[in-house]
Design a protein around this ligand. Sequence first.
Ligand code: AQP
Length: 334
Amino acid sequence: MSKPRVLSGIQPTNGSFHLGNYLGAVKQWVELQESHDAFYCVVDLHALTSSPDPKELRQNTLVSVAQLLALGVDPEHCTLFIQSHVAEHNQLGWVMECLTGFGEASRMTQFKDKSQKIENDRIGVGVFTYPMLMAADILLYQADQVPVGEDQRQHIELTRDLATRFNSQYGKTFRIPEGYILKEGAKIYDLQDPTSKMSKSAESASGLIELLDAPEINTKKIKSAVTDTGREVRFDVAQKPGISNLLTIYSTLSGRSVAEIENEFDGKGYGDFKGAVAEVVVEYLRPVRTKTLELLGDPGHLNAILRVGADKASAVASKTLSDVYERIGLLARG
Ligand code: AQP
């Protein structure tokens, strides 16, 4: 029996991924690649919505690939590629845009959040159509599951709606994908504002744990994390969002249960606890940073992996797109 298929993507908007990206998504990518037919991509076209500097975008794309490999994504067990290397993403993206209602797209909370932060004239239309390109990313590969963080739940719902609509209008073409969203780690919060998600577009980087930052920087950020009044290390999102966030980070990186960690710090203060969290994070990330820098020393090797990935991805994507074009009535080139 063939393995179920997963598809997921990550933007190369920053030099480094942050801990939310890893715990919400990439950690699952690594776990699923053995048991699933996995397609993972660096979604550079999505990154264009934030108007990156061209040189930085190119470099960040390579840094993203190196980081994924360093975190355990294994091209022998998955298809790793760059979104813009497979032209079908844009081509199906347009079909998805034509299938989406304006009101439906306007209800996407990520668009609403982002557009509130930018003046109307300066928001690119790409920020609005982003979820339709994301739907195309997923549906091209006939994915069964999509491992993502909680913030992407609404986009996955839209993808499911569009696939269902297309199938009922034109005949069964797409598999209806499911989000693969964990209970623990699906939303990591900003260390300075533990009610907002950890995000690279936060106003300040002081609440962000970047995977490639030097250990001293991350230790300092964790030790200065906003905590709550009281002394007790206890998981309670409503009363103790800061401590609960640190408990989630500690637990998911160490593999120990929250209850076990609460017991360990029973009677001790926040200072001891933060010190321990910092140590776990720094030791976890140390080899990732070393390996990423080592891989970046050989861009030829990274490009060779990406060439193979793009070929494998194109083979699947072109088949889906030609089915779609046929169903919607585009005349085939003679
Ligand atoms: N804080 C988070 N907790 C858990 N998962 C998260 N993800 C992002 N932030 C968190 C998940 O990471 C994957 C890749 O996300 P992306 O490429 O869309 O990155 P992003 O959205 O650009 O990351 P940011 O920091 O959230 O950027 P902004 O603020 O620009 O939107 C996805 O699976 C996502 O769910």
